[in-house]
Design a protein around this ligand. Structure first.
Ligand code: ASP
Length: 332
């Protein structure tokens, strides 16, 4: 199992573009009768290579991803559910200002933080999501509460916040989400908007997500984000939308996506990957590559993690252009 854990760690780094020199790893599940325990986490489809950030920042990202991985893995190792592992991993990243989720969420054009999150259980395709929340410390916990404690799948804005309060979740003042780094990003985005220049791709980096497989063979997925810097008019991205940014079904696969949300919504990306696996019996990597190539044709950028109940998985699937070591996985 130690080897498998190490492989998983590479996966963690892979989506952030840090493993360009690490090459391929064996993706076959461990060969024994019981399903392997698997957790994959991502911190967005940005760059942790030398071009993307300083050595110090790279180390901080790797440590934060490692903590998420260890936290989620500990749940699985104790016989816990993949759903709980995904949730636990995401909470650690929501609490870390490095990521565009929870504490480190980006700012809207009006200078607010509006957070989106969703979670899905592959066992029974139960799902929960919140969108546009401004005072919920951990949106992934609110998404989970929507799933477990209500008859609904998605709640938005003040309604979602009232529900989160009712459920006894941690409520924080909006100022909790202020970070200077994100504010500076907003100022730069405002300047670009004034100059009628396009926003940089990095305006949507740093979303977090996880997929996991537990000892009972069930998979789950979750995603959490602040969305895109300078988003306007109550814009909601793909992260809280089941089938776009998050999907999980034991019949096919679990997916957490990150990238330019509008394209993931239009392409129903997460479900499209799993539909290929379910109905076309595609290999998971091929399914993810094809769907990402399709999004790229539409003009979208981003990446996904995808995992099947057999323990096969796809990673390093992104088309974010400034990722060092980016591989062109477009199928021939
Ligand atoms: N997909 C997110 C959104 O569009 C942003 C991201 O993944 O970085 O809201």
């Amino acid at each position: 199992m130690a080897k498998f854990t190490y492989m998983i760690l590479l996966v963690v780094m892979a989506l952030l573009g840090a493993c360009q020199s690490l090459g391929e790893v064996d993706k076959s599940p461990v060969a024994d009768a019981s399903p392997p325990l698997v957790i994959l986490v991502h911190g967005g489809a940005g760059s942790v290579g030398p071009k993307g950030m300083s050595k110090k920042d790279q180390a901080a990202y790797r440590a934060a991803l490692g903590l998420a991985l260890d936290t989620g893995y500990a749940v699985l190792a104790k016989g816990g559910r993949s759903l709980d592992a995904v949730q636990a991993a995401i909470v650690t990243m929501e609490n870390n200002p490095l990521f565009n989720a929870g504490k480190g969420a980006v700012f809207t054009a009006e200078g607010k933080n509006e957070l989106d999150s969703s979670i899905m259980d592959g066992r029974n395709r139960n799902a929960g999501a919140v969108a546009g929340v401004t005072i919920v410390k951990n949106p992934i916990l609110a998404a989970r509460a929507v799933m477990d404690k209500s008859p609904h799948v998605m709640m938005a804005r003040d309604g979602a916040e009232a529900f989160a309060k009712e459920q006894g979740l941690d409520i924080v003042p909006p100022s909790y989400f202020f970070t200077q780094k994100r504010w500076d990003q907003l100022e730069r985005a405002r300047a670009r908007a004034k100059a009628k220049a396009a926003l940089p791709a990095s305006s949507h980096f740093g979303t977090v997500g996880a997929v996991a497989l537990d000892a009972d063979g069930h998979i789950a997925a979750g995603t959490s984000t602040g969305g895109m810097t300078y988003k306007r008019f109550g814009r909601i991205g793909d992260s809280p939308i089941i089938g776009a940014g998050t999907y999980a079904s034991d019949l096919s696969c679990a997916v957490s996506a990150t990238g330019w949300g509008e394209f993931f919504i239009r392409g129903t990306a997460a479900r499209d990957i799993c539909a290929r696996v379910q109905w076309n019996h595609d290999d998971i990597q091929e399914a993810a590559d094809l769907v990402l190539a399709d999004l790229e044709d539409m003009g979208g950028t981003g990446g996904v993690l995808a995992l099947t109940p057999k323990g096969t998985y796809a990673f390093f699937v992104y088309n974010t252009n400034d990722v060092p070591g980016r591989k062109n996985r477009r199928p021939e």
